[in-house]
Each structure stands twice: as structure tokens, then as C-alpha cells.
Ligand binder design. Structure first.
Ligand code: BGC
Length: 362
């Protein structure tokens, strides 16, 4: 009887260990927002490049613009036994439910590029300096405007993405004094016109502007919004125009709409992400600038953090971000402005892209 009892326990122990092995097949789970934007495919590629020789196993899943898919992706990764979750939220508030599930399983949560808001279930945040992204966009427009009365068209990212507010805040910091002194005239947002005397905006005030000028990070939305604005604008509101576009995908769509309008004689338009298609637009003079965010650095920061957690250490951070519930320890990376004159030095000499990916004029 005693022997049988011991045998039973040995068997049970073996079964439990086996079950443990079976469920813990992935160390690091990565959840990215969508394959439909080159930006996030770029991140996937850079993760794969960096992890090619890693001892840790990794799985990358895409949420395809859906918070529900994001949640089921996180559940799938939890069931595979991940110890660290690296996640770019589809919707910063809604992602709270997913990361709280992970946290309840003792998983370390790293918010990647987009802050997850109003939850305590975020351990770390790796990000670019998003205020600086917006400031660089605003500064580009300011640097290229002369005289007064220059038509200014404002566009923004998705209100569900905390970054959209940071980008807009940065741009406003730089543009507002030049709107107040008459250099620019806002043509496509009555809410922004109503707030143009304010050097800084509250989040609620920014929301009222975003309500009118959000692209929702969607190219088709950006295109039709720009077309609507151009249809509503008079010839006097066109001519040589200045356009704040929040990222490359929306910039190309908005640029196409402005190109098609014969009353627009020239435009300057911003972007960010240094997407291949936009770098080509810059070479061709169809987009004015982009803000290059070296995804290799963000990927390496996220993986360094994850490995440090897996090795039982505390990751190094450089500051904190208030997510509405807690101050999240964060590591932030600087950004670089790219325009026609420095495409080669910033993006090709640096090894980020190869010259063969672009068509240069003869
Ligand atoms: C990212 C940008 C990206 C945008 C749309 C933002 O959170 O920081 O790089 O262009 O989302 O996906």
C-alpha cells in the first residue's frame, strides 16, 4: 500500500512536470497591432532579425486592428506559458483587460511603442520620444513658411492611441506661436481655430480637435477626410499649403488628395516612420519629411528588458510615463528628421535600408 502510494506520487509528479513543459513552449510573447501598416511589419522583421540566434523562444501575433483579437492573442500566449509579454496596444485603454490577465499569471508586461493606459498591469514601457516626433513635424512646417496667412491643414492619429495625443501636443507646441502670430491660418478645424490662442491644450481640448481631424491611422479615412476638406475649402484657402500629417501612411494618402487638387500650387507635408514607400515619396518630392524612428533600437530595448526579466534581473529604465494609474518605468529613444537632403546618410549609410530598395533620379 505504502509502495503504491509512493508510486502514485512519483507518477503524479512526472505528469505535472510534463504538463508544465507542454504548456511552457514560448518564453516571450509579442503582440503587434496590424499587418496592414508597413510600420508594424517592419517591427516584426526587426524582432525576427534580432532573435534569430536567441536561446529564448518567441512568438509574434498580430491583432489586425481588433481589441478582441488582441485579447485572444494574449490568451493564446498565456496558454503557451510565456514569461514576458511585449505588446503594442490596439487601443490603449481597452488593452488593460488583456494585460491584467497576463499580470494575473505572473507575466511581466512591456508596453511597446504605445502606452497602455489606466491600468496597473504594465511593468515597463519602451518608446520613442513621441513629443519630439510632433515637435519635429511642426518645426519642419515652421522652417518652410514665409510671410503670413499660410494655409495650414491639421491631421492626427487615432484617439484610442495615446501617441496620437503626444504627437499632436508636440506639433502644437511649435505651431501654436506661429498660428498666433499670423504665419499660419488653420483651414480645416473649427475646434483648433477656437483654441488657437492657447499655448498648451488639455487632453479634452485636444480630443475636440482630434474629433474633427483624426485619420484613425487609416489611409482611406485620411484620403477621404482630406478630400472633404478640399471640397469645403475656397481657392483662397489653397495655393501654397502646409499640412501636418501624423505618419507616413496617412501622409501619402493626404498628399495624393492635395496633389489631385488643381487649386493647390504647392504643399509641404510631414510624416513619421520612414516607411519605404514614403522614403520614395520624399526622393520624388511628393512628401516633404519623415521622422525616422529606428525600430532596431526599440526592438533591442524591448528584448534586452525581456531577457533581463527572464534572467531574474531588473531591467534598466531611464524615466517614467504616467499612464493614468501608475508611473510606468520607461526607456525612451530619440528620433531623427529625414528629408530629401539626408535620405542617404540617415537611412542607407546607417544600414537601415539598402539603396536598391529605392529609385533615385539619374
Ligand atoms: C506609432 C507610429 C505609427 C502609428 C500608426 C503610433 O502609435 O508610434 O509609428 O505610425 O501608431 O500605426
Amino acid at each position: 500500500m505504502k509502495r503504491l502510494g509512493i508510486l502514485f506520487f512519483v507518477l503524479m509528479f512526472a505528469l505535472v512536470s510534463l504538463a508544465g513543459c507542454a504548456t511552457s513552449t514560448v518564453d516571450i510573447g509579442i503582440v503587434l497591432p496590424t499587418k496592414d501598416e508597413p510600420r508594424w511589419v517592419q517591427d516584426e522583421t526587426r524582432f525576427k532579425d534580432l532573435l534569430a540566434d536567441s536561446d529564448y523562444s518567441v512568438e509574434i501575433l498580430f491583432s489586425q486592428g481588433s481589441t478582441a483579437t488582441e485579447l485572444s492573442n494574449v490568451e493564446t500566449l498565456i496558454s503557451k506559458g510565456i514569461k514576458v509579454l511585449i505588446i503594442t496596444a490596439q487601443d490603449g485603454d481597452a488593452a488593460g483587460a488583456a494585460v491584467e490577465k497576463a499580470k494575473a499569471e505572473g507575466i511581466t508586461v512591456i508596453a511597446y511603442d504605445r502606452l497602455i493606459t489606466n491600468t496597473e498591469a504594465v511593468d515597463y514601457y519602451v518608446t520613442f520620444d513621441s513629443i519630439a516626433v510632433g515637435e519635429a513635424q511642426g518645426q519642419y512646417l515652421v522652417d518652410h513658411a514665409t510671410g503670413t496667412g499660410n494655409p495650414l491643414y491639421l491631421y492626427a492619429g487615432a484617439a484610442s492611441d495615446n501617441n496620437a495625443f503626444l504627437f499632436f501636443e508636440g506639433a502644437w507646441n511649435v505651431l501654436q506661436p506661429k498660428i498666433a502670430d499670423g504665419t499660419f491660418v488653420i483651414e480645416n478645424s473649427s475646434a483648433a481655430v477656437g483654441l488657437q490662442a492657447n499655448a498648451t491644450l488639455t487632453r479634452t481640448q485636444m480630443s475636440t480637435i482630434l474629433d474633427q481631424v483624426t485619420t484613425n491611422w487609416d489611409f482611406n479615412t485620411a484620403l477621404s477626410l482630406a478630400q472633404t476638406h478640399l471640397t469645403a475649402a475656397t481657392v483662397a484657402q489653397k495655393g501654397d499649403v502646409f499640412i501636418l500629417a501624423p505618419n507616413d501612411g496617412t501622409a501619402r494618402a493626404i498628399a495624393d488628395a492635395f496633389t489631385a487638387d488643381t487649386a493647390v500650387t504647392s504643399y509641404k507635408i510631414t510624416g513619421q516612420d520612414a516607411e519605404i514607400a514614403s522614403v520614395q515619396y520624399i526622393i520624388d518630392g511628393k512628401q516633404s519629411m519623415t521622422v525616422f524612428k529606428d525600430v532596431r533600437t526599440l526592438v533591442s530595448d524591448a528584448i534586452t528588458m525581456a531577457v533581463s526579466v527572464l534572467d531574474g534581473n531588473t531591467p534598466t529604465t531611464t524615466g517614467t510615463y504616467d499612464n493614468g494609474s501608475i508611473d510606468v518605468p520607461a526607456k525612451q529613444t530619440a528620433v531623427v528628421v529625414v528629408q530629401q537632403s539626408n535620405v542617404t546618410s540617415a537611412l542607407i549609410t546607417s544600414g537601415y535600408y539598402t539603396a536598391s530598395q529605392f529609385t533615385f533620379p539619374n
